[in-house]
Design a protein around this ligand. Sequence first.
Ligand SMILES: Nc1nc2c(ncn2[C@@H]2O[C@H](COP(=O)(O)OP(=O)(O)OP(=O)(O)O)[C@@H](O)[C@H]2O)c(=O)[nH]1
Ligand SMILES: [Mg+2]
Length: 218
Amino acid sequence: MTQKITVVENILNANDRLAQENFNRIEKAGVFSINILASPGAGKTSLIEKTLPLLKDKLRVAAIDGDIATSIDSDRAAAAGALAAIQINTGGDCHLDAVMLHGALDQLDLTQYDLLIVENVGNLVCPANFKLGTHKTILVASVPEGDDKPYKYPGTYRGVDVLVINKIDLLPYVNFRMDYFGRGVQVLNPGVKTFRTSCTTGEGLDDWADWLIEQAKS
Ligand SMILES: Nc1nc2c(ncn2[C@@H]2O[C@H](COP(=O)(O)OP(=O)(O)OP(=O)(O)O)[C@@H](O)[C@H]2O)c(=O)[nH]1
Ligand SMILES: [Mg+2]
């Protein structure tokens, strides 16, 4: 049992070292980078799709999409205006890791972009354990998932820099207690920067896009 824990620690340490290398590379190129985490279907790709037109003529964006299979998400990002869109197929792994991002970065001339968006594999557990080397980690939580998710997935909620509460257009139809959800978030990640968005109505997307522009320009 002790041996097993040691192995896991070694893997994570190796990942962290490569994540630092990725970070140095991204930083040197002057690109602002985000890693988007969420459960399957929370709206990660929809958020990217709806944000890209708002960034047009303001930021040059590259997207890297992690998925177990298919290139559906990178195709959507490219169609929405990403100047480069790379799909990482994890071959069954439930998360991206720093090695995978490293391989994807090899395919990009980072100096050509202002913003790098990485969409992680849809999963609320594993991606939180693997640093990639991006500047900020964004968690997309969607209303139909339920208001208990901060309580059930504390590791993910604790570690993120920004929370996007998506699908707020569904609030009238779903039993989602925003105050209960918010209390759970507050305990784990006090004062975390939060946006409320709907990729269907467009509500909240301007604020989110403005924040990205501000971060990328600073
Ligand atoms: N009502 C509503 N539906 C949304 C919203 N955002 C996304 N959706 C829908 O939610 C479904 C999943 O959206 P995706 O953007 O593919 O979600 P994802 O997180 O990228 O999914 P995976 O990559 O498979 O994990 C789609 O049917 C979207 O149209 C929203 O704000 N409101
Ligand atoms: Mg997606």
